[in-house]
Design a protein around this ligand. Structure first.
Ligand code: ADP
Ligand code: MG
Length: 152
């Protein structure tokens, strides 16, 4: 499956790109976000939420692992950084296979529990405001989603 790379040069640009993705995605979409602290995972999620017509402000789920937002589809924003045992079943499946959209920051910590079909996104620091965003779709549905996103 192809990988797709885009570059952004401000938080706003990252959010706009994520917003476009948010407008395209359907129920049951699973997106993982990997990248160092400050890479822009939460900003990406903010943009995605806008594309899902979420009205509330999306912030990092600091004290909880999962935050749920109402939008065109429900958004389940997960930050599993504090999950101490990645094999522990915290009921993620109900979200992953539910009617909403799951976005998981630090997803590699629960690798074993992730659905096999999903969109993996990595964000890399390139400079102060520059970021390289790599989309790695797994599964035909996600491959088509990326193609649709990048021709718009
Ligand atoms: P993470 O969730 O990956 O730890 P955040 O989204 O919380 O990262 O923070 C990203 C930080 O980087 C913010 O302070 C944001 O303003 C800054 N930033 C600078 N350039 C960009 C960019 N191109 N895309 C996203 N964030 C950027
Ligand atoms: Mg974050």
């Amino acid at each position: 499956m192809d990988n797709f790379t885009i570059y952004t040069s401000s938080p706003e640009e990252t959010m706009e790109f994520a917003e476009k993705l948010g407008r395209l995605i359907q129920a049951g979409t699973v997106i993982t976000l990997e990248g160092d602290l400050g890479a822009g995972k939460t900003h990406f999620t903010k943009g995605l939420a806008k594309g899902l017509e979420v009205k509330r402000t999306v912030n990092s789920p600091t004290f909880t692992i999962i935050k749920e937002y109402k939008g065109r589809l429900p958004l389940y924003h997960m930050d599993v950084y504090r999950v101490s045992d990645g094999d522990e079943d915290l009921g993620f499946d109900e979200y992953f296979y539910g009617e909403g959209v799951s976005v998981i920051e630090w997803s590699s910590l629960i690798e074993e529990q992730l659905p096999s079909e999903r969109l993996d996104i990595q964000i890399f620091h390139q400079g102060d405001q520059e970021r390289r965003i790599v989309l790695s779709p797994i599964g035909e549905r996600y491959n088509l989603l990326c193609k649709e996103l990048l021709i718009k």
